[in-house]
Design a protein around this ligand. Structure first.
Ligand SMILES: O=C(O)CCC(=O)C(=O)O
Ligand SMILES: [Fe+2]
Length: 321
């Protein structure tokens, strides 16, 4: 991990920070290949990295998203509950310190507009939905770039278009209320430890920290919020698609600061009916086939079930060979 596209995050631990700010980061260049190699190494070793993006021109956008989130979560509970979905974990959720709202197909301008109109039908909110859609578009571009690098790196780029077309984008906004003023560890838990079930997640924390990601050897790493970067994380579906060659890490939110915390997540999610099955290219003697083919909604429904909640690893319990 000692190439010049990596920036040091911490003196004591060499954490994966990869520079995505280069405007000339285009496929086929030597810069692209270098970043691609770092991405693969980080996702093999940690299952995530911090993508440094030069957002100097986007500080306004970042601030606007933050302000819109504050207002959305201030709406009455009955209003937020209009955000429903037929799929588990896609609509409004609330438990303990945690609340979240979800926009399905957030890459489609009308869908973002429908969401804003449904919750917040004031005059003038067109500009808010346009702003949210702009933010989504940037996250989708980052998701596509990273997935292209991953597919190339494993020699399966011929499936890239098919792969990109087999997913939807779910954008979620999260609010975590400040924990009670005590020293009880449990009351600080904002979101319990889990692996993401989708393909790739792009997380962004606003000012207040709390995200912790587990290393393969069981150490929790606290990830500091940064306006200029996004956390890119492998989900179980990508891990399964690549025959376990990339790692999907456990992560959680601990509300250590006594402050309200906001975060956003863009999830690339397999569409209904798509079968996740490792291509031959990622299976060999050294890497025997690890998972049975499965449909994402069956996997998500298992995770949502009583039995699925009890198992240590949803992916292994659901489809390991
Ligand atoms: O709020 C965060 O930083 C993490 C959220 C998360 O892990 C999730 O929504 O899956
Ligand atoms: Fe997560």
């Amino acid at each position: 991990m000692d190439s010049d596209s990596l920036l040091p995050l911490s003196e004591s631990l060499q954490l994966p920070v990869i520079d995505f700010s280069d405007q000339n980061l285009t496929p086929g260049t030597s810069k692209w290949d270098k970043v691609k190699a770092d991405v693969r190494k980080a996702l093999e070793d940690y299952g995530w990295f911090q993508a440094y993006v030069d957002k100097m021109s986007n500080i306004e956008l970042d601030k606007s998203v933050y302000e819109a989130m504050e207002k959305l979560f201030d709406l009455p509970v009955q209003t937020k509950q209009r955000n429903v979905s037929s799929k588990p974990f896609h609509g409004y959720l609330s438990h303990n310190l945690y609340q979240s709202l979800g926009i399905e197909d957030a890459n489609v301008a009308e869908k973002v507009n429908d969401f804003i109109q449904l919750l917040w039908p004031d005059h003038g909110n067109k500009s808010i939905s346009e702003m949210m859609h702009k933010f989504s578009t940037q996250l989708v571009e980052l998701d596509v770039m990273v997935r292209k690098m991953i597919m190339e790196s494993f020699g399966v780029e011929k499936y890239l278009d098919e792969h990109l077309n087999s997913t939807n984008y779910l954008f979620r906004m999260m609010k975590y209320t400040a924990p009670p003023d005590d020293d009880v560890e449990e009351t600080k838990l904002g979101l319990r430890s889990h692996t993401d079930k989708n393909i790739i997640t792009i997380l962004h924390q606003y000012e207040v920290d709390g995200l912790e990601i587990m290393t393969k050897d069981g150490k929790w790493i606290k990830v500091k919020p940064s306006q200029n970067s996004f956390i890119i994380m492998v989900g179980d579906s990508l891990c399964a698609l690549l025959n376990g060659r990339l790692y999907s890490p456990y992560h959680r939110v601990m509300m250590v600061a006594k402050k309200t915390r906001y975060s956003t997540a863009m999830f690339s999610v397999p569409k209904s009916g798509v079968v996740i099955d490792s291509p031959e290219e990622v299976v060999d003697e050294e890497h025997p086939r690890m998972f049975k083919p499965f449909e994402y909604m069956d996997f998500l429904n298992f995770f949502h079930s009583e039995a699925g909640r009890r198992v240590e690893s949803t992916l292994h319990a659901f489809c390991a060979l």
